[in-house]
Design a protein around this ligand. Structure first.
Ligand SMILES: [Zn+2]
Ligand SMILES: [Zn+2]
Length: 833
């Protein structure tokens, strides 16, 4: 099966397959054929079937299957449920290192040291590789004279000689390091001393051995049963050379003589800083009770929702549940909505579980993702097959990751924890598969006979409803841990305050007074505004012209720091304007405000405070994120200004005040989930306030203080708003009562887009009747120069979905068969929220 497509070919395997290579439990194997560069075999036939296209297969790339049969069923489910191609799922699921393609670029690993195990053809490829340039597989094929070069590349990749060229925001390099150990015959102190004495004429070799000996005795215990024996240990070559201060030539001599044994190991990239394992904290009474209820609930339900208020210690509960799984020899997948959160939580988990923890997310380098992939599947066959140098590795028992981690093939999965399960980042919007990691994970758990724990202080309404109707178990945690009280919430009526002249630009007097107070008391402040940039648009005061994106139907956001106007939809940006392009007036005004403007104004009002801003403009790479968070944790920052990014479950100790600058722009979002989301975001960011033995304060600026969402936030009543919203959702046929499928019709030509959308809507309507809404222009008519029109299908929750999907695919077939709209794209988004 080629990548990105749904076509399935059959091939004749010309090579005799070793019985071990075709493990009957794992029918999926990867094949290299003429169809594409690196195709994927899904089934093995003993005889060619009739009526199928048969293509020859040149060679096998993987000696063992890289995915399990269960994973393949999972892929099929995603393709089926989210109405996309199996090839698209495969594209998303596999790290690049596992899907070699002829245009992939390769580079030499400068740290690779040959191990004398390379085959002739591997050597040919390695020698063909220039030192300081990258080459594609095709180029390497020409340079080495080997026609079919991918299997060699694959082997060199596994041995660490070649690397995938990947552009990374981080200095993340795959690493193989060499280690030496003392040969068995010299592993007693007497033998070693005799040996050292015998090397009088080679003082450098002597010095190296002394260094090895000293290192071993300093760092490792001698075996208790034989006091003369040296401890068994390894020392990295690099450490040894720097420790002894001697060059590598005498070391090589010792290896040649068989005195020292050299081995290669992958050095763990995630473990550059050793975390001391300190074990697990005991649970408090409330947590203990919740823990007991979760276990009880798991007896009846595969999925349990843990509704625990902020700072109730959900993570502590997770840790205890993980511990129980690991003790049973099971694996745990721990999903987080945001990479930033992994930084804070990974230390906590490593303290509890040490090296059993692996981290997997999109900002990691591909080679690292391959490594985690391999390590989490290694025990699949009960032996270490191809990764000959990694005997030292324990399997990862606990994988921490963002949504794409659901694609890692597990073999002993016992539990999936989905933290902050309400977060929208669990849903992939672009490109296909447009899956929701929470929903996919629940299916994945089902396939593996595993349990799922959803955790949130503000559960998504569909999860809460599932818990209410008994589909999921429900466990509540209503006490904050360690004497922390919920913060008090104060509403600041901006309309009234403005009339009283008590607003300075975007800040009310009470908020400013509170900030001042915090700074005096050396307490920290978080200011929340769910909009990045300086201001959402600029407007000419003379002619009211607003600069808009050339490719999208949206105004350009002003970024003062970079002095640009940029489009948040396509990334288009221009230098900021000095004059109005329409009337040449210089009276350009910034309208509205984003995080950058807040930062600007606060820095003028509180010049003594240290400010930091956390939004997607300031957190481009992992290090920037880490630094922002650690600076704030260490108190180097007084005021942290940010978008919803700061609301996602980060825990800080010294935040006494949280200011929500404009609740209204959240409430007014044109989205059926606007109220649910506003409540979630404000409650989440409020949860950052409060310290041990001291109550925090949340100040919310709004022009509509009587709004149901605001009132329920003041009361902290999740339930009230939920009940009220459910009435509306039911009445207007929205989730969780109805399932939504969005068809986004796109083309460069507006009339064609209109006609295509109309025509497709007719096809759908003939099948689904008044469940079809639209076509309608979305809020943004044009994105990246393509016009768009949306058709929305609302299907009863109880309707059989497989039937619905079949009918949709029929309609699509008919639409394509008409031939009138060849280049029109229809993007299908199932559960598009
Ligand atoms: Zn103008
Ligand atoms: Zn744009």
């Amino acid at each position: 099966m080629p990548f990105g497509s749904n076509k399935i070919y059959s091939g004749i395997v010309r090579r005799v397959l070793d019985a071990a290579q075709v493990n009957s439990n794992n029918t999926a194997i990867s094949l290299h054929g003429q169809i594409g560069d690196s195709d994927f075999a899904t089934e093995l036939f003993s005889e060619g079937k009739k009526n199928i296209v048969i293509k020859p297969i040149i060679d096998l790339l993987d000696e063992a299957p890289i995915i399990t049969e269960t994973m393949f069923v999972f892929w099929e489910w995603i393709a089926d449920y989210y109405l996309c191609n199996l090839g698209e799922v495969m594209q998303a699921a596999l790290p690049a290192g596992l899907k070699l393609q002829s245009n992939t670029l390769w580079t030499l690993n400068p740290e690779f040291e040959a191990e004398n195990k390379l085959s002739k053809s591997e050597m040919a490829v390695l020698y063909a590789m220039p030192k300081n340039a990258s080459k594609t597989s095709d180029e390497l094929s020409k340079l080495s004279g080997i026609k079919n070069v991918l299997p060699q590349i694959k082997k060199l990749l596994e041995k660490g000689a070649l690397e995938l060229e990947v552009s990374l925001s981080d200095n993340y390099k795959p690493k193989m390091a060499s280690f030496v150990s003392v040969a068995a015959e010299y592993s007693t102190e007497n033998a070693m001393h005799a040996l050292i004495d015998s090397l009088k004429n080679a003082p450098k070799q002597q010095a190296i051995l002394m260094a090895v000996l000293q290192f071993g005795l300093n760092n490792f215990d001698t075996p208790t049963n034989s006091p003369n024996a040296l401890p068994k240990f390894e020392i990295s070559t690099k450490d040894l050379l720097s420790f002894s201060g001697i060059s590598s030539a005498p070391l090589a001599e010792l290896v040649k003589k068989g005195i020292l044994l050299k081995s290669f190991k992958r050095v763990e990239r995630t473990d550059t800083v050793e975390t001391e394992i300190v074990g697990i904290n005991p649970l408090n009474d409330f947590q203990q009770e919740a823990y007991r209820k979760i276990l009880e609930s798991f007896e009846k339900h595969a999925t349990v929702l843990l509704h625990g208020i902020t700072s109730s210690g959900k993570t502590e509960l997770y840790i205890h549940l993980i511990e129980a799984q690991l003790q049973q020899g099971k694996q745990v997948l721990y999903l987080l909505p945001e990479i930033a959160l992994t930084e804070q939580i990974i230390n906590r988990l490593k303290k509890a579980f040490g090296k059993q923890v692996g981290v997997y997310h999109s900002k990691f380098s591909d080679s690292e993702r391959v490594e985690i992939w391999n390590r989490s599947t290694q025990s699949k066959t009960g032996e270490l097959t191809k990764h000959t140098n990694v005997e030292e590795f324990a399997d990862y028992k606990l994988i921490l990751g963002t949504r794409s981690a659901v694609f890692i093939p597990f073999n002993k999965l016992g539990l999936i924890i989905i933290d902050e399960e309400h977060e929208t980042t669990y849903k992939q919007q672009e490109p296909a598969p447009r899956y929701h990691a929470r929903d996919a994970a629940i299916y994945l758990a089902h396939l593996n006979n595993a349990k799922v724990l959803l955790g949130s202080a503000t559960p998504a309404y569909e999860s809460y409803m599932n818990a209410n109707i008994g589909k999921y178990g429900l466990v509540e945690l209503t006490q904050r841990h360690g004497n922390m009280q919920m913060p008090t919430v104060e509403i600041l009526n901006t309309v009234k305050l403005r009339k009283q002249n008590r607003m300075k630009t975007h800040f009310s007097d009470p908020l400013l007074i509170k900030i001042k107070q915090c700074l005096t008391n050396k307490e920290q402040v978080i200011l929340f505004q769910n909009r990045r940039g300086y201001s959402p648009f600029i407007e000419c005061s003379d002619c009211a012209h607003v600069p808009v994106c050339e490719y999208c139907d949206v105004s350009l956001t002003y970024h003062k720091y970079k002095n640009i106007l940029s489009c948040h939809y396509c990334g288009y940006s221009i230098e900021s304007l000095k004059k109005c392009p329409a009337c040449s007036s210089t009276a350009l005004e910034t309208k509205g405000f984003g995080t950058e403007k807040i930062e600007d104004e606060i820095s003028i009002m509180f010049p003594e405070a240290n400010l930091a801003r956390m939004d997607s403009d300031t957190t481009g790479n992992r290090n920037a994120y880490r630094k922002l968070i650690s600076d704030f944790e260490q108190g180097k920052t007084d005021i942290l200004i940010g978008t919803q990014m700061i609301s996602k479950g980060l825990d800080f100790d010294n935040v006494s005040t949280v200011g929500v600058l404009n609740a209204d722009n959240m409430l007014n979002m044109p989205d059926f989930r606007a109220f649910e989301r506003s409540y979630q975001q404000i409650m989440q960011v409020s949860g950052r306030a409060g310290r041990k033995n001291k109550q925090g304060v949340v100040l919310i600026q709004t022009g509509t203080p009587d709004h149901a969402v605001i009132q329920n936030i003041v009361k902290g009543s999740y339930q009230n708003l939920f009940v009220q919203e459910m009435e509306h959702r039911k009445m207007f046929k929205y989730p969780p009562f109805f399932k939504l499928i969005l068809f986004n019709v796109k083309h460069f030509d507006k009339p064609l887009t209109d006609r295509a959308a109309e025509s497709f809507a007719v096809l759908l309507r003939s099948r689904f009747g008044n469940r079809v809404l639209g076509p309608e222009y979305p809020a943004i008519l044009k994105i990246r120069n393509k016009f768009q029109k949306n058709i929305l299908l609302k299907i009863e929750r109880t309707a059989p979905l497989s039937k619905g999907r079949e009918i949709i695919l029929q309609a699509l077939e008919e639409f394509k068969a008409s031939g009138a709209f060849n280049n029109v794209q229809i993007i299908i988004n199932v559960d598009p929220y």
